[in-house]
Ligand binder design. Structure first.
Ligand code: IMP
Ligand code: MG
Length: 201
């Protein structure tokens, strides 16, 4: 069960486009270390150690999470990336397009899909189907954020960083609004003014 979160003060946000900070860089780092420990423990105790582990980052949103998770893991692993697009503005279109595929085969490997956020579950359900057809030894999912109340498709996620309830629209630490805010080291909620201003830029 993912821990709930407490709203942080604006103390570490000098960005006027952010209404409130939900997760500081420190909170995120701490949680990622815990997730890495869980994965290491699972690999050490339950996995066949002759089977390689690969982290599959779903671009672009997962790039910071994947970099920090990868560094925090003790288990040797490979990384690969896929790029899919599913969202425009803040509404789900329900469409998913593969823009960039994996470079290497995942056949016979332990695969952990690394996602930024699972919202309706549509993107993940589609990815799980696609990747499980390629014959991985095992297919797991790690997501930094989850909005459990927004699920339309019931997807299984083994590793969840934080659950967002209520399911606010968040940005930062890789997550964007129309490509803005990915570079923030923390995660917060953008102001309505920023949403309006950046909707067509
Ligand atoms: P799903 O298919 O509805 O689960 O959507 C997952 C994708 O929607 C994520 O990978 C994000 O790209 C995007 N998304 C969902 N919620 C948010 C949010 O709060 N902030 C930024 N992107 C989001
Ligand atoms: Mg994503």
């Amino acid at each position: 069960m993912a821990p709930n979160y407490q709203i942080q003060t604006m103390a570490n946000s000098a960005d006027s486009r952010i209404e409130k900070v939900l997760f500081t860089a420190e909170t995120i780092a701490e949680r990622i270390n815990q997730l890495a420990f869980e994965i290491d423990t699972w690999y050490e105790n339950y996995a066949d150690n002759s089977v390689p582990l690969v982290l599959v980052g779903i671009l672009k949103g997962s790039y910071m999470f994947l970099a920090d998770l990868s560094r925090a893991l003790n288990t040797p692993h490979h990384v690969d990336f896929m790029s899919v697009s599913s969202y425009e503005d803040t509404q789900s279109t329900g469409n998913l397009k593969i823009e960039c595929d994996l470079r290497h085969s995942i056949k016979g490997k332990y695969v952990i899909i690394v996602e930024d956020i699972v919202d309706t579950g549509r993107t993940l359900a589609h990815l799980q189907k696609l990747l499980s057809n390629r014959g991985p030894y095992c297919l797991e999912v790690a997501t930094l954020f989850s909005k459990p109340t927004e699920r339309v498709i019931d997807v299984h996620v083994s590793y969840i960083g934080f659950e967002l309830d209520p399911p606010e629209f968040i940005v930062g630490y890789g997550l964007d609004y129309n490509e803005h805010f990915r570079d923030l080291p923390y995660v917060g909620v953008p102001t309505q003014t920023a949403i309006l201003e950046l909707s067509h830029k």
